[in-house]
Design a binder for this molecule. Structure first.
Ligand code: SF4
Length: 325
């Protein structure tokens, strides 16, 4: 088992398969993008699968593929098939902007992927183009439809930014419900150098809940889980909404996550600038025991929680796109 200094069981590995993306979302990266890594610095499928299989020996059960945008990595279904064959891995999910899912939904499903979190920040085409700094409206809609038709377990995620999309909560909730999926609202988080300036963009989850209560009679769902979202349900329609409140009410005490960056860094926390380099280990013929040590070292580095609300706040120096959320 992989347990950190605070007795949290780490059972969920978020794997970034690329630092490239076909969008330029304002809350994720600078308009000019980031300096992406040369191909040889990115882990191969075989290297990713090796780290995941060692992780499975340590009790990792769930894998989520992230990026950048994971679907821009060529032959992604091949990687999914490799990960699906690892003994102990129970679920393979992915977070995507859905723009490439029209062609990828069926092969990814066949390869063993079961769940998708689809990033959808607005139902307004013009605003979507301003947020993503790209106009991919039709491809996103078509990708969502294809993912739904393939029978993926769906969740929709929106990063809520004050003055941008905080007026669309109810419409987004109804949209997600039309696919039988929960809508999850993520509090904006300062990431990287660009993000540290305007914390006023964060809309606290209680404020979001209050603004929805006028239209939906929401009740909180019971039960504690490692899922970061606080889940509520509309008694009338059954629509489900989740709030991911990293800034105003974090959930670090039940965190079960570890991250693997595209360059091969085992990162214990999204907002902590600490990584254990496994790429050098992999490329210098390390044994499984040495990789297990690397996992344990990363878990040992993990903070009790993020420190973005400390008197002297500490933020990730990396942008979200370079870690994968
Ligand atoms: S901020 Fe770090 S410790 Fe907290 S939930 Fe996120 S990854 Fe876990």
């Amino acid at each position: 088992m992989l347990v950190d200094r605070f007795d949290r069981l780490i059972s969920y590995l978020r794997i970034s398969v690329t630092d490239r993306c076909n969008f330029r979302c304002v809350y994720c990266m600078p308009a000019e993008g980031i300096d992406v890594s040369p191909r040889q610095e990115i882990l191969s499928f075989e290297e990713i699968a090796r780290v995941a299989s060692v992780g499975a020996e340590l009790g990792l059960r769930k894998i989520r593929l992230t990026g950048g945008e994971p679907t821009v990595r060529r032959d992604l279904p091949t990687l999914v098939a490799m990960l699906s064959s690892i003994k102990g891995i129970e679920e393979i999910a992915m977070t995507t902007n859905a723009a490439l899912m029209t062609d990828l939904a069926a092969p990814l499903k066949r390869a063993g992927m079961s769940r998708l979190n689809i990033s959808l920040d607005t139902l307004n085409r013009e605003k979507a183009a301003r947020i993503a700094r790209r106009d991919e409206w039709e491809r996103v809609q078509s990708g969502i439809e294809a993912s739904y038709r393939e029978g993926f377990g769906l969740k929709f995620n929106a990063v809520i930014m004050r003055g941008w999309n905080d007026g669309e909560l109810g419409d987004l909730l109804e949209y997600a419900h039309s696919f039988g999926a929960p809508m999850r609202f993520i509090e904006w988080m300062p990431m990287g150098l660009t993000g540290q300036t305007d914390r006023n963009q964060t809309v606290p989850w209680r404020e979001m809940l209050e603004s929805l209560q006028g239209r939906f009679d929401l009740v909180q769902e019971s039960g504690v889980s490692a899922d970061p979202a606080k889940m509520w349900r509309c008694q009338k329609t059954g629509a489900r909404v989740g709030f991911i409140s990293s800034m105003s009410d974090h959930f670090c005490s039940t965190c079960n996550r570890m991250r693997l960056t595209a360059q091969g860094g085992l990162r214990p926390c999204l907002h902590q600038d600490a990584e254990v380099d496994v790429r050098s280990l992999l490329r210098s013929g390390a044994s499984d025991a040495e990789l297990i040590d690397a996992f344990r070292e990363a878990a040992g580095l993990k903070w009790a929680g993020h420190r973005m609300n400390d008197i002297i706040p500490l933020y990730s120096s990396k942008d979200m796109v370079a870690i994968g959320g």
